[in-house]
Design a protein around this ligand. Structure first.
Ligand code: UDP
Ligand code: MG
Length: 323
């Protein structure tokens, strides 16, 4: 980096969302200390734990860690806000040159974070850890792959598949993400959305160390719909398409009804043609009109997300050049 900063160590913060993880916290901390030992002469570390309204002894254990290690900071949310919000709170409070988001259940192997850091040093601004393999239930694997299949087809931006939130973000990306305040958050989508130089590191995902998943099916479905609805208005556009198809069919139906009525009137029950024609036309018309509403609602939705319009990667101007 620039001359004159040789002495200052760069800062790296690890962010852990914690929901009922009393069974893993001690091991997690130990493993983190071991794994990050080789980093100490080059970096200042911070471990940011965000307790997401745990009902077990997690918070107690975290506060106890803090008394032993001042690099640990603990933020406790007032209730369970959900994984994505917990991570957001961590990103909002971590002051570092790079932030690494990791699950607390040791499914994200701590050693991989060292590779993330290497890639960051080599110039990447987002390094996401992509699963080469995972040790989850068959159900979770199937639902995850259906989800990614749908997401890739519908989303307006490219969201890499088989990535969780395990990733490193350069400070500039974190600062950018802080501007995104939408309620229904799909962080990995937002990270893709902000851009910057993004690279993948492949890894094998481990099984949960202890405790149970904080993502029952109900939360998983909500999360999936946040991903799809947050980055696509395709479901709304579907109404218009369906309306167009139905209207076309209705037109064919109308021609057929008229043909029967005129060519073989003895087959047509009195009043039949009128009822059929109005039914077919109205059905198509209603869907088309719903589609019109859908298009406006889609625009209102995108506007209410109030996302920043762009992120600047580099500005070369008169006075100075900001990185
Ligand atoms: N988590 C959280 N709030 C929740 C659910 C989960 O902060 O409401 C945390 C949890 O402690 C863990 C991470 O998010 O560190 C991932 O959750 P989990 O391992 O339960 O999900 P899975 O790996 O089963 O998808
Ligand atoms: Mg897990």
């Amino acid at each position: 980096m620039g001359a004159g900063h040789v002495t200052a160590k760069r800062r790296i913060a690890y962010v852990f969302p914690i929901y009922n993880e009393e069974g893993t916290i001690p091991t997690l901390y130990e493993r983190m200390i071991e794994t990050t030992a080789p980093l100490l002469d080059r970096y200042d570390l911070e471990f940011v734990f965000v307790d997401d309204g745990s009902r077990d002894r997690s918070l107690e254990l975290l506060l106890e860690l803090r008394t032993r290690d001042s690099r640990v900071s603990v933020y406790s949310l007032s209730r369970n806000f959900g994984h994505q919000i917990a991570v957001t709170a961590g990103l909002d409070h971590a002051e570092a040159d790079a932030v690494i988001i990791m699950d607390a259940d040791l499914q994200d192997p701590p050693a991989v974070s060292l590779e993330l850091i290497e890639r960051w040093e080599a110039g990447a601004q987002v390094v996401y850890a992509q699963r080469r393999s995972r040790k989850d239930s068959p159900f979770k694997r199937v639902t995850a792959s259906v989800f990614y299949w749908v997401l890739t087809r519908l989303a307006s931006i490219e969201i890499p598949r088989d990535t969780g939130d395990f990733r490193l973000l350069d400070r500039r990306v974190v600062e950018e993400l802080r501007k995104y305040r939408e309620q229904n958050r799909f962080l990995r989508g937002l990270v893709s959305y902000v851009g910057f130089r993004q690279e993948a590191v492949l890894f094998d995902r481990d099984a949960r160390h202890a405790g149970v998943t904080g993502y029952p099916l109900r939360k998983m479905l909500r999360f999936a719909s946040d991903g799809i609805l947050g980055f696509s208005t395709a479901p709304l556009k579907l109404i218009s398409r369906l309306g167009a198809v139905l209207s076309a069919l209705a037109f064919v139906g109308v021609v057929y009804v008229l043909f029967v009525r005129l060519a073989t009137p003895e087959l047509a029950v009195p009043g039949w043609a009128f009822v059929m024609i109005s039914m077919l036309l109205l059905g198509g018309l209603q869907l088309v009109m719903l589609g019109v509403l859908g298009s406006y609602i889609g625009r209102i939705y995108v506007e209410t997300q109030a996302r920043p319009l762009y992120a600047i990667q580099l500005a070369a101007t008169d006075g100075e050049r900001k990185p």
